[in-house]
Write a protein of this length. Sequence first.
Length: 202
Amino acid sequence: MNSPQTEAEWIAGLSAEDLPTRRAAVDGIYRAYGAGLLGLCLRIACCRSDAEDALQETFVQVLRYGSGFRGESSLRTWISRIAIRSALAVHARRGRRATDELSEDSRAPGGGPAEQAADNEGAARLLAAVARLPAEQRVVLGLAAFDAMPGVEIAAVLGIPEGTVYSRLHAARSKLRSLLEPAADAAPIRQEPLPLAGPRPV
């Protein structure tokens, strides 16, 4: 069965009685949003394997509960909420891990070994810095990087005022700049467990 291509078709497919039609709808949603959601989960969980687990759990829930989607928000908003909760849950359940498991997207596709090693080192350093941010700031950063999601949609996903989105985003970027300054290289990165918190799926 071919995967539906439009949001209206996905929503209709999620409500279908037969499992193959629902699976086809989920497959279409995955093709559209899977890569962006993995990036979102990675910025929250700060570990590649945990991000992949969270992404898998996200789509399990989409398949299981998709028929309950009522269109009160966009489909992307609804799925983003599920992904955030899944990533926070995986992170809390498994605890903090070393951040040397890089996203494939962070590795340079071209260049020689020296260039790739430098790029990978920079990506690992960035991910370690992101891991030091509060959960609410990591979530906002992840959403902002998800297909350049605008502030108004981030606010809808999180159920907070748009102004709060921008203040958290500014605080996160300022903190990252301070962590990534050359003087910060000599300081060890102490990683602390984060509380399980976040928006629930509608």
